[in-house]
Design a protein around this ligand. Structure first.
Ligand code: UDX
Length: 458
């Protein structure tokens, strides 16, 4: 204890600059990481784009600097995720450099130890080099999906990508248990953009001073070992982040608190929580299949229908008139939920998710089994690992069809068949808690990270 308070004292006056990718699923883990490092004695500065900025008043202990990201206003960024990521990397260099250089000249009393940027903001490696500042990387996704991204050159060479529809069910023999349809791609007008972003993320990760992961060794040991060999820089799996600071304040949309009072009225483990994260979208037919599948399952459901979830609709217009009323309170629909509190609520028995990495990890940490319905990129790999490697969920394999949805919900939540899955995820919850406790693997990695940061300065 005495030793650690001495070390805290030494770190006082050391500042870390953190730069998140401005999307909800990336802002949340970066701000959690900021809290974790702050608790270890560092001062924290967050550099952020004006776009999607979190509310600084929720983080009075951090300093914020915003810059204008200089993106085209022709709608490309709103409709094409990969073009958006690519443009961030090509357009943000000058304003980010300006912001960081100012900051470095201002804070001479509190020297900046390093930059920590999201892996997808790979342009920051060059800026850091120019300013002679070490750069660490936060990868907000799983190590397992990152292994697939590092294999992109091989996957292209062997003809797996671009994906051909006729080969979707074929196994990718080099990366079991993935099938061609599990590869982390996305529909984009120009696949070259995707390849550029993936290559940038991987190569500039290798060029960095180390990668921080929101995962834990017991969950992804084999992927972490592979990456350790491939990347040649130190890796720090220090997750699950959100369990270090349970209350998240980085939500960009207001979280509907009525979820909790509604859950309070439901029976233990009876509710299926349904949410597809901040980016995924479905068409109207799929939306109606989901609605009928939920209604027919007879289980109570809490459903996040984000404005924008249904392509071409504002919000719930496609639902038949009186749909929710006829369920007599069995279904509760909100625009955005306090997800971590929802998953921790004793009434929740399953999570129907798109398997964004944050959602996947949040579900595991509360011992909630998953119905997996991945939409794009890493979500597909996560879903396959959830159902086939960790075996704490089942994947909807036939798309969105009300009969399959109803059967899957019953299997996972009620039937004997799902019992092993329910038990396994509770076991995983214990492992996740253990790794953060005294002597646990993530605590150990965090100590290593703190020492590594000190060594970068000398
Ligand atoms: C994106 C990508 O889609 C995903 O593939 C990648 O792994 C991370 O970035 P997103 O789709 O938003 O993320 O999903 P996810 O990673 O699950 O993150 C969503 C976050 O928003 C979670 O932390 C979740 O707790 C929070 N959330 C979600 C809410 O607070 N309320 C909601 O109603 C839904």
């Amino acid at each position: 204890e005495r030793q650690s308070s001495k070390e805290m004292e030494q770190r006082k006056g050391r500042r870390l600059v953190l730069f998140p990718l401005p999307l909800q699923g990336h802002i949340n883990p970066m701000l959690h990481l900021a809290n974790i490092l702050h608790s270890r004695g560092y001062s924290i500065t967050i550099i952020h784009t004006n776009f999607n900025s979190p509310d600084p008043s929720n983080y009075p202990h951090f300093t914020f600097h915003f810059f204008s990201e200089n993106l085209p206003e022709d709608g490309t960024c709103a409709t094409d995720l990969i073009a958006f990521l690519s443009l961030l990397n090509t357009r943000c260099g000058p304003p980010f450099r300006h912001c960081l250089a100012n900051l470095l000249s201002e804070t001479s009393e509190e020297p900046v130890a390093c930059l920590i940027s999201d892996a997808i903001l790979y342009f920051t490696q060059e800026v850091a080099n120019e300013l002679k500042l070490p750069r660490l990387v936060l990868r907000t996704g799983a190590a397992s999906s990152f292994c697939v991204f590092t294999a992109f050159p091989l996957l292209k060479e062997r003809g797996y990508i671009p994906i051909q529809d006729s080969r979707l069910e074929e196994p990718v023999v080099e990366l079991p248990p993935l099938r061609v349809k599990d590869l982390p791609v996305i529909d984009t007008p120009d696949p070259v953009d995707l390849y550029r972003v993936v290559a940038g993320m991987v190569n500039q990760g290798k060029a960095s001073s180390g990668l921080i992961w929101n995962t834990f060794e017991e969950l992804e040991q084999s992927a972490l070992e592979t990456l350790d060999r491939q990347l040649g820089v130190p890796l720090f799996p220090i997750g699950p982040f959100h369990k270090c600071f349970p209350v998240s304040k980085s939500s960009l949309s207001p979280q509907d608190e009525s979820c909790i009072s509604w859950l309070d009225k439901q029976e233990r483990k009876s509710v299926i929580y349904v949410s597809f994260g901040s980016l995924a979208a479905v068409n109207e037919t799929e939306f109606l299949e989901i609605a009928w599948g939920l209604a027919n399952s007879k289980q109570p459901f809490l459903w996040v229908v984000r404005p924008g979830l249904i392509r071409g609709s504002e919000w719930l217009e496609p639902l038949p008139n009186g749909f929710l009323e006829t369920l007599g309170g069995r279904g509760h629909v909100v625009k955005w939920a306090p997800q971590q509190q929802v998953l921790a609520h004793s009434a929740v028995g399953a999570f129907w998710t798109h398997n964004g990495w944050n959602s996947t990890l949040e579900s595991m940490c509360e011992g909630i089994p998953m119905i997996c319905m991945p939409c794009f990129t890493d979500q597909r790999v996560n879903a396959r690992y959830v159902s086939e490697i960790w075996r704490v969920g089942v994947q909807l394999e036939k798309g969105m069809e009300r009969g399959e949805i109803e059967r899957t919900i019953k299997r996972l939540m009620v039937e004997k068949d799902g019992e092993e899955i329910r038990e396994r995820v509770l076991h995983l919850k214990e492992k996740a808690a253990l790794c953060l406790s005294q002597g646990g693997s993530s605590r150990h990695s965090l100590d290593r990270l703190v020492h590594h940061i000190s060594s970068l300065e000398s």
